[in-house]
Every structure is written in C-alpha cells, then in structure tokens.
Design a protein. Sequence first.
Length: 553
Amino acid sequence: MSGWLTKKRLFAFHGWLGLTLGLPLFIICLAGACAVMAPELDRVLHPEMRVASPADQAAKPLPWGALLEKVEAACPEGEVGLMDAADERTEAWTAVVNYSPRDSRLVLFDPYTGKVKGQRTHFNARSFFRIFHKQFYIVDGKYWPHGRLIVCSFSIVLLLAAVTGLMFYAGWWKHLYRMRVGKGLRIFLSDLHRFVGVWTFLLAMLFAVTGLWYLTERVMEDMGVAEHEPSPKVSESVRAARAPNVKPLSLDELIARANEAVPGMRIKTILFGNQAGGVVGLWGEGEGLVENRSSKVYLDPHTGEVVALKTADGMTFGARLEGLVNPLHFGRFGGLFTKIIWAVAGFALAVGILAGAYIRWMRTRRMEGGASRSATAWSRVSLVLNLMILGLAGVSTVGFIRNQIEGPMNPDSRVRIGESQAGPWQVEAFRLQRKGKPDAGMAFHFVSEGEPNFRAAYAWSGSEAKPEGLKPLKGSRNVLFASGPKVGGPIHLGIEAWDGTLHVTSFPAGGWEIGAAVAPPAALGVSRVLWLVVGAFFTAVLAPAALWLIRLR
C-alpha cells in the first residue's frame, strides 16, 4: 500500500474513529444485540405472554370476530384499536385497548381459547430495546434532529471501521484463532479486538449497509421526497351522504370481504381505524423474506368496500427491498438460530469496540509533541459530542418511558355528569379525574344505536354561543375527549352535522360533583424484573461510558 493511503494513516484513522465516535457505536451495538432477543426475553419475564400449544397440532385459532368479543367483554370501558397475531405458536396474541388519550394498554389473550391472560403497559423489553436501538428515544427538537438520523449515521462509522480494520491488518486470517492469554492486558485486548473484527466482519458489513438504508429513508423523509402510502380514509363526500348514525359491519363480514379481494391471505394484524373517517386495515402474510404483513386491505367499516389495496405480488422492487431490510438487520429470517447468531455478533462488536478504544487511548498517552496536542484536541471535541448525545438520549428515554407507563399506572376515573340529546345524537358526559389532577378534562360517549356520523364536535363553557377559533374535539368514533372546559359555568357540546347545522346541548357544571362515579380500570405496574433488566443494561452502558469520558477529559 503506497501513496497517500498508507497503512499508517489507515491505522491512525481506524483508531481515531474508535476513540472519538466509538462510545455511541458501542451503545448502539449493545442495544441492538438486546433488541434481537427482546421478544424471547419478554416471554421469559412475563409468563402471561406464553400460551400452551394445543394438543392437536392441526388446531387453528378462534375466528377474529370471536376473539374481538372476548377482548371487548374483558375491557368494557376500553376501545380496541388493534389486534395482532403472534409469529410463534406458543406466544399470546395482543390487542391494543385505549381507555383515554393517555391510557393505552396491551391486552394479552390465548388465540385458541379466547381467554384474556392480562393487561400490560406498552413498556416491555421489546419496545424498550427496539426504540432505544433505533433512535435513542430522541424525537425531533428545535436544536437537534430525530434520533434515527443520529443513530443511523453511526452505520457510516461502523462501515469505515470494519473496512479500514481489515485493510491494514495483513494476513487477517491469522487472527481467526489467535488469543494470547497471560502476556499482559494490552496484548490480550489487542488480540480480542482483532479476533472480534475478523469473525464479525461480514455481519458488521450487513449491519452497516442496512443501517445506511435506514439513514437514507430518514433523510428522504425529512427532505419530503420519500414515497409514503397515503393514510386510507373514507372520503368526506361518502360520509356526508350517510345517515347520522350508521351501524358498522361485523369483523367477520369485513374479513370475508378482504378474502374476496386477496384470496388466501392469512391475516396477522387488524387496525380498527377508530377515528372519524377511519377504515379497517387487514394486514396479511407476504412471501419469502418480505415482512409477513406486506399484503394490506383497507375496508370501509360500514359497507365493506375496499378503499385501498396492497399485495405482495404488486410490490415495487424498492418496497420488496425495504421488506428485506428488517429481517436481515435483526436476523429474523431463520428463526431462533439466526437471531442467536445476530445477537452474539452484536454483543461481540460492542466488546470489540471497548477493547479497541482502550488500546487507542493507551497509544495516545504515549504520543509526544504535535501528535499529542492533536489527539488531545480531538478528545475534547469527542467529549463534548458524546456528552451531548448521551445527555439527550438520557432525558428522552426517561420522558418516553414515563409517557408509556403514566396513564396505565394512574388511570382516569370518570364522574358522570349526565346524558343529553344533541340533534340526532344521544350523548353521555363524564368529568375525568385522576390522582394528583382532579380536573383532567371531559369525555363524551355516544350512546345512540350505531356509530355517530358528523363533521366535527366542539366543547366550551360559559355562554351558549360557540366561541370563534375553537378547535374540534379529538377522540374516536364513539368517544370524544376535551382537555377542558374549566368548571365554572354550563358545559356546552356542539356537534356539527354534514349540512352545517350545529346541534348544541348543555350539561350543568356543578352536576359532576354529585354524579355517579365510574371506577377506573385497574392500575397497572411494571414488572420489577423488567426494571432490573433495564437497569442492568444501563449499568453495562454507563460504567464503560463513565470511564471512557474520564479518559477523554
């Protein structure tokens, strides 16, 4: 190797990458290794996530409609937003049940008996490690980009480190089995670093290339040039032509319509589209390595008409390639066998990064003159960069986890104000309360037969005339939520029909104090074992990080 690109420069660049940018990469690799095995970890931590495999191996799950009835019967105050079939035969299926805007839960049920096995928060090992590995829980801010841009940018670091490492090590195959023990820490760590680098090279390249794909996707999204499927909805013109109260089709009827559109599709996920104008989405299995929810049918819940359709056969090359990335990045294409290999490789990369950074730091200490001053300057830049990333990741992680568990751990109780008629709609009003916040807003439940069909709804207090600039209420098809209005006068609900007529009804503000209280859903906690797992992960991250940052100082 001659010219500008010498082995010495490659070696220096490889070491610089490890010392200045290796800490976040170490955390990403460690979190990725945990994310690969997180579903299996959840099944170990939470027995309710497991079901007994039927004695009859040919036994099939109950129809989706029957399973929905079982979940609704077990959660009468909630609204099912999604149902998801597990990929493993001995794993419980899940439903997402929403009790309020801040209280969303996972309900676990046995698909063969319909028995509901329990409720959990969305915070589990799978969600924690996947989101942390993907974006450090960082979302877009005024002064920083989305965490996915930060994390995926380190795929470039991994790619460069893997390539430069192999280029300057002549006879790299010699390091496949070379591990000298008893000759000092530096020699042992040097051999360990090379050993890991050689054995994980191919998978490191795979992780880097798929990470670059995720980075490209995010950049294209931020630039507004990414191709996105528009969210299917029932058009306003169709909704405007319908009656004020419309009875939806049963889930089994909708599934039959979907099977007519895509014969033989095995449904894995159902999205109920509970917002106004929402459609029911039925996602089924695709082919090959393409993610097994690549066939999607979206139906009008009231007529069964197909609003949008996407099948695996009709996928573009880019969409098929996108479907390959997740199974390849997380090793999901070969079952438990490939997942174990991917997890071991991720963990080994994390250990190798630590070993390499320590070796580089030892070499930096021995530098003199200009080289030493240059290394010190880069160390300071790296210190600031790492502190910014770790600090932002820490704050974001705490905030995100708190949002996931706060509602289920402190659910809203409801105090009934009363029931009233607003045009063709019968509405029941509740004042929401929760511990530490007795005035948490209001909920309006439609009790008319069928689902309400209107353009928009508003809530306010005081004068009966609707204030200008009032924002429409948000919620689902049958329930609307308001963060106010404040108690102090009559509470008005205005429902705007499709012809523009505003139907206003009122509820006495004081009535809520003596109304009938409705018990909240049972408060949920987080498993102590899960907290121990998360704590062990952060200990494994923070201990090396603290030493690393001290060395950089």
